[in-house]
Every structure is written in structure tokens, then in C-alpha cells.
Design a protein around this ligand. Structure first.
Ligand code: MG
Length: 367
């Protein structure tokens, strides 16, 4: 039983509105889709949503990486996933989004062959996943307006992007808390936008607004700075850009720099490595979040399966597909109900059909 053919597609998905975070603004998400076909008639799908600022990848680098990886996977058994991961790590370093797409497609195949949803195969801990919805950076007043709009739609948790201007950031939180009332959870993400000193000052000022988590307050590489912020913070600190791999997780834990770790499949290289990060964090009593980049419902559904499978994945920020106007997945995938993502019960990932116009024709085929 082996992998017979791999197809690579390039897709461009527009956001509903320009999405701004401390690292920059996006109007569309440029992703790469992978289809892996086997000689036993089962195919799997995966998605790479590269971020140059975070994983140093672009659609071009993803396609280049897949051009190196793809031909070497032909003939390999998809059930030997540990061997496949070892092989792709030997072929090329980094390129975690490209690797995540392969990992998802392989797990999709395993699930379909086993006639089980991926979440059931990997742990089956929960059937639905509470997600937040992200409010990109705008004026404090506009952000409070967006917050109210999302609460009316049924969301119970807000992820608020900050990290551009310390005094305006405090005002963002104040306005949003006032607008949504005391019951709604508010977590904030500075995307490395503050110095440790600024972070400590801002956290003191926003304590009274009942903020659940402060994500990546300082530069990714400034683990010491993040540990200092954490020591001086009454709000739990979550590492995102500082943790890509299991090794990074261990470093952040040793430095006592985070209370929570945000895992993203695009940073870890897929679900298989994400499971290892979650296990390392669990051993240190540190819960994890699963977050996302600009994935369509395909990549988000993979992350929903991971979140559902693993007990230690206690938080989810799985909303990228909801912020995109273009819907690549036409049928199936993880639906949203209020603030919850529902885990598909179909075998594998549970993706039914794609919008063929958005998917287009393969740009590369390996066989
Ligand atoms: Mg983040």
C-alpha cells in the first residue's frame, strides 16, 4: 500500500476586510493545497498557509519545498507516518507549512482507511471545540463595534489584536470590555509588538478589564524578556511566535517564560509534531491553545480534529476561515455553531467538496 501521486494547487483567498496585526496587514491569504493519492484508491488533502514573518515561507517556497519532498514520498506507506515525518525532515529543514500540508493529507488517508474521523484516532477527547473570534487592529472605537457584532453572532470569546501603540492598546481593551459586558472572555495578542517594559506597564493598566491571556507580548527570540514579563504579570502569558517546534516548547518551559503555549500546525509542521508539543507542555503542567494562520476550512478542520483529540489543548483560536470571504471548502469540514467548532463525524478530515473555481488546476504533479 503506497503513495502513488501528489498534486499541488495554489489558491488565493480574499479576506472579508483587510486584516491587520502588529506584524502587518493582509487582504488575501495565499495558500497551497496538497492532494495525496494512493494505490488503494484513497486520497487525502492538506493545506499550507505560509507566513513570511512567522515561518519564513511564501507560496513559492512551499511549492519549492514540496517539489523536493513530493517525489521522495512516492511508494511510501502512508501508515508509517513517523517514517514519513523523519524523511521530510531529512529532505529539508524548516518549511513547516509545506510539511503541515503533507501531514494533514497523510492523516486524512489514515482516517479514511480506518473509517474513523482523525480526532477519534488521535485521542477522541471532545466533540466540540470552543473557539474565539479575532478582531484585527483598527481604531479602538471600530474594534469595540466589531466586538459587539461578533457577540451578536454568538461568539463567547474574543481575541483582540494589539501591539502597535501602547496607550491606544489600553484604550482598545477598555472600549471592548465596556461594549461587551463582563461575561465575554477577552484574550489579547500583541504579536511581539511591545518591549518587556511596555508589556509590564500595559498589563498593569488592563488588569481591571479581566483579560484572560496575553499572547506573545515581546519579540519571539526574547525568551528572557518574556520570562520577565511573566514574573511581573497578573495575567497568564501565552507563547506563540516563540514556539514552533517541540524543542522550542522545551526551551520556553525551562525558561519559565509562558503559562500557555499556542500551537499552530503551520509552525509545528502538522498534527504529528503538534501532538509532541502538547505532550511536552502537559508534562510541565502547561495547557496549550491551537491557533491558525490564514487557513481555509481545510486547514482549520485539521486543527479542530487536533484540538478535539488532545486533552491538553484547552484553548482554540480557529477562526481564519470565518474571516475569509472566499470559501474553498464547499461541503463538509468543521462547522461553526455560536462560539463552537463542531468536529466532523466523517472519516478522515471530513472534507466533502471544494469550490473548484478557487482550487483550479494543479501547478505541480509528482508520480
Ligand atoms: Mg498569535
Amino acid at each position: 500500500m503506497g503513495i502513488e501521486r501528489i498534486e499541488v494547487y495554489r489558491v488565493s483567498l480574499a479576506y472579508v476586510e483587510p486584516f491587520r496585526i502588529a506584524l502587518g496587514t493582509s487582504v488575501k491569504s495565499e495558500n497551497v493545497i496538497v492532494r495525496v493519492l494512493t494505490d488503494f484508491g484513497i486520497e487525502g488533502w492538506g493545506e499550507a498557509s505560509p507566513s513570511f514573518k512567522i515561518t519564513n515561507e511564501t507560496p513559492e517556497t512551499v511549492i519549492n519545498a514540496l517539489t523536493k519532498i513530493g517525489p521522495r514520498l512516492i511508494g511510501m506507506c502512508p501508515f508509517k507516518i513517523e517514517q514519513i515525518i523523519e524523511k521530510i525532515d531529512e529532505i529539508i529543514e524548516g518549511n513547516t507549512s509545506a510539511k503541515a500540508a503533507i501531514d494533514m493529507a497523510i492523516l486524512d488517508i489514515i482516517g479514511k482507511k480506518a473509517r474513523k474521523p482523525i480526532s477519534s484516532l488521535l485521542g477522541g477527547y471532545r466533540d466540540e471545540v470552543l473557539t474565539d473570534i479575532t478582531i484585527g487592529i483598527k481604531s479602538p472605537k471600530e474594534m469595540a463595534k466589531s466586538a459587539v457584532k461578533y457577540i451578536k453572532k454568538g461568539f463567547k470569546v474574543l481575541k483582540v489584536k494589539v501591539g502597535v501603540n501602547p496607550s491606544e492598546d489600553v484604550e482598545r481593551i477598555r472600549r471592548i470590555r465596556k461594549a461587551v459586558g463582563p461575561e465575554i472572555k477577552i484574550r489579547i495578542d500583541a504579536n511581539q509588538g511591545w518591549t518587556p517594559k511596555e508589556a509590564i506597564e500595559i498589563i498593569k493598566k488592563i488588569e481591571k478589564y479581566n483579560v484572560e491571556l496575553v499572547e506573545q507580548p515581546v519579540k519571539a527570540e526574547d525568551i528572557k524578556g518574556m520570562a520577565t514579563v511573566r514574573k511581573n504579570s497578573s495575567i497568564p502569558i501565552m507563547a506563540d511566535e516563540s514556539v514552533h517546534s517541540p524543542k522550542d516548547a522545551l526551551e520556553v518551559i525551562k525558561a519559565e517564560a509562558a503559562d500557555v503555549i499556542n500551537i499552530k500546525l503551520m509552525k509545528s509542521g502538522g498534527i504529528w509534531k503538534a501532538m509532541k508539543i502538547a505532550a511536552i507542555a502537559e508534562a510541565a503542567n502547561i495547557p496549550c491553545m491551537v491557533g491558525c494562520m490564514g487557513e481555509s476550512n481545510l486547514g482549520i478542520t485539521a486543527a479542530v480534529h487536533f484540538a478535539a483529540a488532545v486533552k491538553n489543548v484547552q484553548y482554540a483560536d480557529l477562526d481564519a476561515d470565518l474571516l475569509l470571504k472566499d470559501k474553498l471548502v464547499r461541503k463538509g469540514g468543521a462547522k461553526v455553531k455560536g462560539s463552537k467548532r463542531i468536529v466532523p463525524k466523517k472519516n478522515g478530515l471530513g472534507i466533502g467538496a471544494f469550490n473548484e473555481n478557487l482550487l483550479g488546476k494543479p501547478v505541480k504533479v509528482f508520480k
